[in-house]
Design a protein around this ligand. Structure first.
Ligand code: AHR
Length: 500
C-alpha cells in the first residue's frame, strides 16, 4: 500500500508564485508566430500579440516571464528593437537557425505582452557581447522617470511613464554561449556589470547572477564566494534529456524504458537543488539568495521536417509527468528556490502552447501547470510516506511510483498527486494531520490518457485535457483514498466540512 501523511500544521516554506514562471526567447517560432503576429495580421491580435495565446496565458496565471533569451540575450542589442518597426535594424540569429531577426518584437512589445497576460517582466541583459554602458542605458530607458537621455528617448518612442522592472539577469549561460567564461572571470564581470545596474526613481531591482550548468557545483561555489553580497538570485539551468545531447530521443515515439530514463533524468533536479543549496548554505545560511531555475524542461530531438535550430518538439503525457515531477521538487525546495522558468512558452522545447497559423493548442504540460497554479503563494506542507516503486525501472534504479505535494492557503488545502508508472495504477491512502475537524473534497481534477504517448494535435486539440477526478474519496476514518490511473496527475481541493 502506498501511504502518505500530510502535516497541515507544518509549513516548510512559502511557494513563491514565480516558481510557475515562463521563458520566451527569440528562438524558432516562439516569439514570432507563437506570440507576435503583428498588428496587420489576419490572426486576431491585440497590439500585434495573438489573442488566443493571451487568453490561454492569462488562464494559466503566468507570474513572471523571462526574455529575450537564453543564448540570444548575449547577442541582443536592445537599441535595435525600439523606434518605428519598419526602420529597425535586422540581424542574423546565429544561435538559432541563422534566420533574419527583424527586431519587430522589442522592449515596448515585451512590456505590452507582460501587461496583457498579467506577468512580471524578467529581462536578461547582454554580458557576453555587450558593454556595461549598453546595459546601464537599457535600464535607464526602461525605468528612469527623470529628464534623462534614455528616458527621453523612451518618451519619443511613445511611452511616457517608466515601466516597473524588478527581475534583471546579468547575462545568460556565461560558462557557454554567453562568453565561454571561467567562473572567476564571470564573477568579476558580474560584480562590475551589476554596479551600473542602477535603481532609477522608485524602481527596485532583484539582480540575478548567471549560475551553473546542471552539476557544476564549483561555479556556484565561486559565485557565492566572490559575489554573494551583490546578488539577490543565482540561476541554475538543467534540462531533461532522455538520451545524449547528440541523440536525445523522439518527443512522441519512445519505449517504456525511455519513459523511465526520462523520469530518472527529471528527478535529478532534486539532487541538483540539494547540492547547489548546500554549497550556497555555506556562504548564505539564511537563504537570502534565491536559486532561480530560469531554464528547465524536456529537450528532445526536433520534430522531423522542422529547422533543427528551431527546437520544435511535440508534448505528450510524458512531458506532463516531467512537469508535475519538477513542480513537486520545487515545492520541496521552496525555502531556497524563488523562481523557475519553463523553457519555453510557445512552439519551442517543452512548450505550453503550440501554434500553426491561426490555430493554437494547449499541451499536456499546459494542463499540469494550470491545475497546479492553486499552489502559487501557498504554504508548502510537510509530507511523509511510502511512495511505492515502479514496476519497471529502466536505467537508474528505483523510482518512486507516486509523488505527493500539498499546500495551504485561504483555508483550503490542495493536494497534488502523480503516478509515474505508465502501465500500473496506484492505490494511495492519505492521512491529513494537524487540522481541526473533518475535511471534504470541494473539487478534484485528473489528467490522464489511455496511453503514455497521448498528445494533442491541431486535428484533435482536446485529446488530453483535465477531467473531473472521481476515484478519490474521504472515508469514515477521515483518510483520503485515491486510485491514480497509470501515467496520471491529479489535484484535489480539501476544505473544512462546515464551509462546504
Ligand atoms: O532554451 C534553449 C537554450 O538552452 C537557451 O537559449 C540557452 O540558455 C540554453 O542552453
Amino acid at each position: 500500500m502506498i501511504k502518505a501523511v500530510v502535516h497541515a500544521d507544518w509549513s516548510v516554506g512559502t511557494i513563491n508564485r514565480n516558481i510557475y514562471g515562463h521563458f520566451a526567447e527569440h528562438l524558432g517560432r516562439c516569439i514570432y508566430e507563437g506570440l507576435w503576429v503583428g498588428e496587420d495580421s489576419p490572426i486576431p491580435n491585440t497590439d500585434g500579440i495573438r489573442n488566443d495565446v493571451i487568453e490561454a496565458l492569462r488562464k494559466l496565471r503566468v507570474p513572471v516571464l523571462r526574455w529575450p533569451g537564453g543564448c540570444f540575450a548575449d547577442e541582443y542589442h536592445w537599441k535595435d528593437g525600439i523606434g518605428p518597426r519598419e526602420s529597425r535594424k535586422q540581424m542574423i540569429n546565429t544561435h538559432w537557425g541563422g534566420v533574419v531577426e527583424n527586431n519587430h518584437f522589442g522592449t515596448h512589445e515585451f512590456f505590452r505582452l507582460c501587461e496583457l497576460i498579467g506577468a512580471e517582466p524578467y529581462i536578461c541583459g547582454n554580458v557576453g557581447s555587450g558593454t556595461v554602458h549598453e546595459m546601464a542605458e537599457w535600464l535607464e530607458y526602461m525605468t528612469s522617470d527623470g529628464d534623462s537621455p534614455m528616458a527621453n528617448l523612451r518618451r519619443a518612442n511613445g511611452r511616457e511613464e517608466p515601466w516597473k522592472l524588478t527581475y534583471f539577469g546579468v547575462g545568460n549561460e556565461n560558462w557557454g554561449c554567453g562568453g565561454n567564461m571561467l567562473p572567476e572571470f564571470y564573477a568579476d564581470l558580474y560584480r562590475q556589470f551589476q554596479t551600473y545596474a542602477r535603481e532609477h526613481g522608485g524602481n527596485k531591482l532583484y539582480k540575478i547572477a548567471g549560475g551553473a550548468n546542471s552539476d557544476d557545483y564549483r561555479w556556484t561555489e565561486v559565485m557565492m564566494r566572490k559575489a554573494e553580497r551583490h546578488m539577490h538570485g543565482l540561476s541554475l539551468h538543467y534540462y531533461t534529456v532522455p538520451g545524449t545531447w547528440e541523440q536525445k530521443g523522439s518527443s512522441t515515439a519512445f519505449s517504456e524504458d525511455e519513459w523511465f530514463a526520462t523520469m530518472h533524468k527529471a528527478m535529478r533536479m532534486d539532487e541538483l537543488l540539494t547540492r547547489h543549496g548546500t554549497v550556497m548554505d555555506v556562504h548564505d545560511p539564511a537563504k537570502r539568495v534565491g536559486i532561480i531555475v530560469d531554464e528547465w524542461g524536456t529537450w528532445f530531438d526536433p520534430e522531423p521536417g522542422t529547422n533543427p535550430g528551431f527546437l520544435h518538439q511535440q508534448n505528450t503525457m510524458r512531458d506532463a509527468l516531467v512537469a508535475a515531477l519538477h513542480l513537486h521538487i520545487f515545492h520541496k525546495h521552496c525555502a531556497r528556490v524563488q523562481m523557475a522558468n519553463l523553457a519555453q512558452l510557445a512552439n519551442v522545447l517543452q512548450a505550453v502552447v503550440l501554434t500553426d497559423g491561426e490555430r493554437m493548442l494547449l499541451t499536456p504540460t499546459y494542463h499540469v501547470l494550470e491545475m497546479y497554479n492553486v499552489h502559487q503563494d501557498a504554504e508548502a506542507l510537510a509530507i511523509h510516506g511510502q511512495f511505492g516503486e515502479c514496476a519497471s525501472q529502466g536505467e537508474g534504479g528505483a523510482l518512486a511510483q507516486v509523488g505527493v505535494t500539498a499546500s495551504r492557503k485561504d483555508g483550503a488545502i490542495h493536494i497534488s498527486l502523480y503516478n509515474v508508472d505508465p502501465s500500473r495504477p496506484a492505490e494511495l491512502d492519505l492521512e491529513l494531520r494537524g487540522v481541526l475537524g473533518a475535511h471534504v473534497i470541494a473539487d478534484a481534477k485528473l489528467l490522464s490518457a489511455d496511453e503514455m504517448h497521448a498528445h494533442n494535435t491541431f486535428a484533435q486539440p482536446d485529446s488530453v485535457k483535465p477531467q473531473p477526478y472521481t476515484q478519490a474519496a474521504i472515508g469514515q476514518d477521515g483518510k483520503l483514498a485515491a486510485i491514480l490511473p497509470p501515467a496520471s496527475v491529479a489535484v484535489i481541493r480539501l476544505v473544512p466540512a462546515h464551509s462546504s
